[in-house]
Design a protein around this ligand. Sequence first.
Ligand SMILES: [Mg+2]
Length: 190
Amino acid sequence: MNLDTFLTALNSVRQDEVVITTMAASQAWPNHSRHLLDLNYVPSTMGQGPTIGLGIALACPEKKVVILNGDGCLLMNLGCLVTIAEQAPENLILCNMDNGHYEVTGRQPIAGLGKTNFVGLAESAGWPVAIEMDTQKLRVQLETILSIRGPVFVNVKLEMSQGGSPDLTIPMPERIQSLSVQLQSETSFK
Ligand SMILES: [Mg+2]
């Protein structure tokens, strides 16, 4: 499956969830979505997406939070699996974008390529739901994932994409401020 196929399916079922993207996903997601609850978390944010998402999920428990995090990003912050499992926010969904490479930094293979089982890592960390994305049932499975009690870890096997340019038109502080204002208008978050 390529990245755009996954993002197209996600955008088709997404309603009012917060969507946080990092690295390759953050380059591609603006071509699919310009939602007020998007946070394209760039640049140079390897590893930080899941914990930003955890903070939002805890602050806004009535709001689902979907994090699209690179596999290389996850390896840079594996501790987030344990922290999120311990906090266990029911409204958090972490998608591990598993293309086997550090795509944005030059397509180097990730450590553990072909050996590391990401779903197994999440299960061992204590995630109640840790699954592989079924590309044959993509849309239906995404609808299920967005509706069930989390935290949910989803491993999304992907081909490497063609790459792109990060969307840097809006400075990062303004993106965060914009999301914060939107969350304050939609939730009890203050
Ligand atoms: Mg990758």
